[in-house]
Design a protein around this ligand. Structure first.
Ligand SMILES: NC(=O)c1ccc[n+]([C@@H]2O[C@H](COP(=O)([O-])OP(=O)(O)OC[C@H]3O[C@@H](n4cnc5c(N)ncnc54)[C@H](O)[C@@H]3O)[C@@H](O)[C@H]2O)c1
Ligand SMILES: N[C@H](CO)Cc1c[nH]c[nH+]1
Ligand SMILES: [Zn+2]
Length: 431
């Protein structure tokens, strides 16, 4: 059963803290097997990747068949439904337009002393794009990863995607072509993340890995971080809906289930000041669950991690939402904007009754690769800047060195770093 809480209950603070502490994706078991998989891929390269793909994806590969060929991509595209291709093209153009606006500008200026200062942005040379594919296919995640990378100007885009039982959704490959991905490998999970990070004889390593995935993928990204960059922890999906009695319970139930159906480890939570709405939503969830093809996944997620929280007033919602720091926050209240302004932590916010989160998943234009497991407290959704890095630039002439040098020498000496002090003083006998 989903957790039911009421902010008026005496032990609400403790019960809410327990809800926050419930670990859905970071377990010691998952982390231990991910550690072993990564070490094995580092040690045995392709052979380890091939073994784990056989075990977890029921697919026998060789180094020669790991990469999806251009001919396969072309053939897949030809098999796609025309309507789906059209929808993909619409999504791609909206995602591109949104992300074009995120492109940063280089800056160079001269300060009062005449020092030239600034920074310039460069694209990351090779990026690994994780596209999930264990229990569902995600052509939309291909676009969400690859388009910002392309807009940033990354020269090498390497995509990995598992193909359970050897089945690769043709629209996933069509999306890879549409977004101009350079290399596609039919591998997934921790073994794919390790192959991207450390390289194998077949897959040249990348400098950064982005994209969403299940608990194994999220744990693997955590573990390779430092050797390569990662975007964020984008694990099992989450939604927090804040609603008042103006909201339609059937619509809210559908939105809660839309995230629950991603993964048994997904989480859907309703915060409302209306007990009647909470009751109606719960009834609707049960009714709609019965009609869903992925009812088993969605039902497990809802029963294990779902929550209905009744508040005495909607004023209580912002601090609770900030602590939950949900991946997706829907606000369906009479004054959604005003409430949104009071919330700091959320991966993405969806305002009003006519903005279901699924619009953001596919065609809104904003990115659906978003921080989960409360990491929206410190990270953001995927964007163009994730595929770039900033280098600072500094230029002094003799006058500027003379003006700034004494302070630098003083700080070098204060830190006990004599060579630092000398590297400044040696340039001018006036210092
Ligand atoms: N946060 C986001 O932005 C976002 C976006 C889209 C999807 N998602 C999430 O992506 C996930 C997709 O999950 P999925 O499972 O369908 O695909 P996936 O590609 O993430 O995971 C499949 C891989 O998991 C590995 N795996 C499965 N069981 C394992 C085990 N017992 N031991 C070791 N490895 C194992 C296998 O290697 C398999 O290839 C969902 O959790 C969904 O919510 C998140
Ligand atoms: N809701 C997911 C992010 O948590 C993204 C997605 C892709 N396709 C459907 N949904
Ligand atoms: Zn979704």
């Amino acid at each position: 059963m989903p957790v039911r809480l009421n902010s008026a209950q005496a032990d609400f603070a403790d019960a809410f803290a327990t809800l926050l502490a419930t670990k859905r994706e970071i377990s010691e078991d998952v982390d231990a097997s991910v550690k072993a998989i990564i070490e094995d891929v580092v040690a045995r390269g392709d052979a380890a990747v091939i073994d784990y793909t056989a075990r977890f994806d029921r697919l026998t590969l060789s180094p020669e068949t790991m990469r999806v060929t251009e001919e396969e991509i072309e053939a897949a595209q030809a098999r796609c439904d025309a309507g789906a291709l059209q929808a993909l093209a619409l999504a791609a153009s909206r995602i591109r337009a949104y992300h074009e606006r995120q492109k940063p500008t280089d800056t160079l200026f001269r300060d009062a002393l005449g020092v030239e200062l600034g920074w310039r942005w460069t694209a990351i040379e090779a990026v690994g794009l994780y596209v999930p594919g264990g229990t569902a296919a995600y052509p939309s995640s291909v676009l969400m990863n690859a388009i910002p990378a392309k807009v940033a100007g990354c020269p090498r885009l390497v995509m990995v995607v598992p193909s359970p039982g050897g089945v690769l959704n043709p629209l996933v490959l069509a999306a890879a072509r549409l977004a101009e991905v350079d290399e596609v490998y039919r591998i997934g999970g921790a073994q794919a993340v390790a192959a991207l990070a450390y390289g194998t004889p077949t897959i040249a390593p990348v400098a950064k890995i982005t994209g969403p995935g299940n608990a194994y993928v999220a744990a693997a990204k955590r573990r390779v971080f430092g050797h390569v960059g990662i975007d964020m922890i984008a694990g099992p999906s989450e939604v927090l809906v804040i609603a008042d009695d103006s909201a339609n319970p059937a619509w809210i139930a559908a939105d809660l289930l839309a995230q629950a159906e991603h993964d048994t480890a997904s989480q859907s939570i309703l915060l409302t000041d209306s007990p009647a709405l909470a009751q109606a939503v719960e009834r609707e969830v049960e009714a709609q669950l019965a009609t869903l093809p992925r009812a088993e996944i969605a039902g497990t997620s809802w029963r294990d991690y779902g929550a209905l929280i009744i508040l005495s007033s909607l004023d209580e919602a912002p601090p609770l939402a900030d602590r939950l720091a949900a991946e997706h926050l829907e606000i369906i209240t009479r004054d959604a904007e005003a409430l949104a302004d009071r919330i700091r932590n959320a991966g993405a916010i969806f305002l009003g009754p006519h903005t279901p989160e699924a619009i953001g998943d596919y065609v809104g234009g904003s990115n659906h690769v978003l921080p989960t497991a409360r990491s929206a407290r410190f990270s953001s959704g995927l964007g163009v800047l994730d595929f770039m890095k900033r280098t600072s630039i500094l230029k002094c002439g003799p006058e500027q060195l003379a003006a700034l040098g004494p302070a630098a020498v003083a700080l070098g000496e204060a830190e006990g770093l004599a060579a630092h002090a000398r590297s400044v003083s040696i340039r001018s006998n006036r210092l």
